[in-house]
Design a protein around this ligand. Structure first.
Ligand SMILES: Cc1cc2nc3c(=O)[nH]c(=O)nc-3n(C[C@H](O)[C@H](O)[C@H](O)COP(=O)(O)OP(=O)(O)OC[C@H]3O[C@@H](n4cnc5c(N)ncnc54)[C@H](O)[C@@H]3O)c2cc1C
Length: 318
């Protein structure tokens, strides 16, 4: 698989990541933003953002984020859709793993926000990696010809369920409410021949044995009894408010509240790794705070990289 090198790789394309990319690109640093889905971050789902300085008070979070992303790309940032599932932060070059390829950078920026959640369904943590997954683009191919369930109704759930329809014999889409009729992506998913939609249905537990997931227990809101579905994969897409740090393992120090530890320059406990925005679990989670973090990190990284010119580079800046 392709390996791409850069000065900076930024994980997350929210206001923190896009602002960092804007400043880094303007400093002539080769900058890559990796974002799993531009529609699912905290700013992207904000209906109206009335308190971001200098923009219309009618603006949606998604429109503001598009402006930020476009501006970063205009100044040379390379924006890519990719879900990061692992990193290696040892040594001068930091490595980032995604299903779309491996990325190496001299500076790594963590900006994946705080829309995560702890594994909370019965059986979810027990079978994580043995049938439970949060990434269809990473794991979908393992379920060729098998039955799987997708839990959740947000845009990420719909897109990931569509990926799974290419592999699974049947995709059980389990949502606690009815998708809106004007949600064309959701309606398109429901119309696929290998999708069974379980509306107004809750996941109760994930069952399995020593070889992995064997099924799920679900309950429809209008029914007294639960139902058992036999399947081998469960893909969970629910949002919460926990910093998204699962791809880090225990390589970077976290606070008791789950936020990444940083100093005044947004530098983590690992040299060459920065953390910005909601992933720090800041007491005031606001778009302007995340953008400010991104600016601070980019300027600190510029200073850091320019004092380490001895590191070999494999590209020539345009
Ligand atoms: C409902 C709601 C309303 C809000 N209203 C306001 C408001 O009115 N004003 C205000 O200032 N703030 C508001 N906020 C807060 C503000 O949106 C956040 O503080 C800000 O978006 C944080 O920016 P961020 O870049 O750290 O994270 P996010 O905006 O969450 O962006 C993180 C990005 O990382 C990506 N990502 C996550 N995991 C991975 C991975 N493994 N690989 C690759 N990419 C990944 C996500 O797809 C996402 O695009 C609101 C938040 C919410 C939830």
């Amino acid at each position: 698989m392709e390996t791409i090198e850069a000065d900076i790789v930024i994980i997350g394309g929210g206001p923190a990541g896009c602002t960092c990319a804007l400043y880094a690109s303007r400093a002539d640093l080769k900058t890559i933003i990796l974002d799993k889905n531009p529609a699912v971050g905290a700013l992207a789902i904000t209906h109206q953002i009335a308190n971001y300085p200098g923009v219309s008070t009618e603006m949606s979070g998604d429109a503001l984020l598009t402006l930020m992303r476009d501006q970063a790309v205009e100044f040379g940032a390379d924006y890519r859709r990719a879900q990061v599932f692992g990193v290696d932060v040892q040594g001068d070059w930091k490595t980032v793993y995604t299903p779309e390829g491996t990325f190496k950078a001299r500076a790594l920026v963590l900006a994946s926000g705080a829309m995560g959640r702890p594994a909370s369904f019965k059986g979810e943590a027990d079978f994580l990696g043995r049938g439970v997954s949060y990434c269809a683009t990473c794991d979908g191919a393992f379920y060729k010809g098998r039955e799987v369930a997708v839990i959740g109704s947000n845009k990420e759930a719909v897109e990931e369920a569509k990926v799974l329809t290419k592999f699974a014999s049947k995709v059980h889409w389990i949502t606690s409410s009815d998708p809106k009729s004007e949600d064309l992506d959701a309606q398109d998913l429901i119309s696929q021949s290998n999708v069974q939609h379980w509306s107004r249905t809750r996941l109760l537990e994930i069952d399995g044995n020593e070889s992995g997931v064997t099924g799920v227990k679900v309950k429809n809101s209008s029914s007294e009894n639960h139902q058992l579905l036999s399947l081998e994969g469960v893909f969970v897409y629910m949002s919460g408010s926990k910093p998204i740090t699962d791809f880090l393992g225990d390589q970077v120090a976290l606070k008791d509240d789950g936020g990444v530890v940083v100093d005044d320059f947004m530098s983590t406990t690992i040299e060459g790794v920065w953390a910005i925005g909601d992933i720090r679990n800041t007491p005031f989670k606001q778009a302007v705070v995340a953008a400010s973090d991104g600016c601070i990190a980019a300027m600190a990284i510029d200073r850091y990289l320019n004092s380490r010119k001895s590191i070999r580079v494999d590209w020539v800046h345009a």
